[in-house]
Design a protein around this ligand. Structure first.
Ligand code: PGA
Length: 251
């Protein structure tokens, strides 16, 4: 199998002020000096910081992304941000379907699919999040549920160059809990097989991230799991040293 470049993405969620740009600049400088490992590196700060963050990342390998986008390009949608606006601000990626948005904003698979499509249309890369609740896992329905999320939220135009799938079990996010490495391995193999069924082409090129309580201490083992091509990091991405340690664990 050809080597796939890993992606280490930090999701800052609703954290960070202008003073936090210094942290992004610090990561960007380490990456520019070639001391941040081989993975593609991405930070998704709150939208208020995208422009300033992308400015300090010019001429560095650190990419900046957004955490959500609207399904349309513009119009009377108070409080929303469209994919072209995020791209214009300097984002190159957008996360869609994060479980916090699915739960807190009632985002359906169909809406997530429309957001992913809008992002691809705007020329943004997409990180599409899926993942089961603890109840579904305990009942043995994790794969069925994630399979349905994939079937209903992956855009038809998904392409390995512009879409990454992130498996984030809801119960592992921010809890310090992670699934067993066997469970991560079987879910990633399952997702890989599903994408091969959907797109009928060599899906080895699609990247699959694991997310949920990733830390410097568990990142090396997680990155050794087959079909894990990187990590989506919440809490630990707020600390530049931890984010860089996770980045260096990803080959
Ligand atoms: P966590 O969050 O690393 O804090 O568990 C991951 C995420 O929500 O993307």
């Amino acid at each position: 199998m050809a080597h796939i470049r890993s992606l280490v993405a930090g999701n800052w969620k609703m954290n960070g002020h202008r003073s936090s740009i210094a942290d992004i600049e610090a990561i960007a400088k380490v990456a520019a000096a070639g001391n941040a490992g081989m993975a593609e590196l991405l930070i998704c700060p709150p939208a208020t910081l995208i422009m300033a963050a992308s400015q300090v990342c010019i001429d560095t390998p650190l990419l900046i992304g957004a955490q959500d986008c609207h399904v349309t390009t513009h119009g009377a949608y108070t409080g929303n941000l469209s994919a072209p606006m995020l791209k214009d601000a300097g984002a190159s990626y957008v996360i869609v379907g994060h479980s916090e948005r699915r739960a807190d904003h009632d985002e359906s698979n169909a809406l997530v699919c429309a957001k992913a499509t809008a992002a691809l249309d705007a020329g943004l890369n997409v990180i599409l999040c899926v993942g089961e609740t603890l109840e579904l896992r305990e009942k043995g329905h994790a794969e069925d549920f994630v399979g349905q999320q994939l079937a209903q939220s992956l855009p038809e135009k998904s392409h390995p160059a512009s879409l990454v799938v992130a498996y984030e079990p809801v119960w592992a996010i921010g809890t310090g809990l992670i699934p067993s490495f066997e469970d991560i391995a079987s879910m990633h193999a399952f997702m890989h097989d599903r994408l091969e069924q959907f797109f009928g082409r060599n899906t080895n090129a699609f990247r699959f991230l694991y997310g949920g309580s990733v830390k410097p201490s568990n990142a090396p083992d997680i990155m050794n799991i087959p079909h894990v091509n990187g990590t989506l990091v919440g809490g630990a991405s707020l600390n530049p040293q931890d984010f860089l340690a996770i980045a260096r664990a990803c080959l």
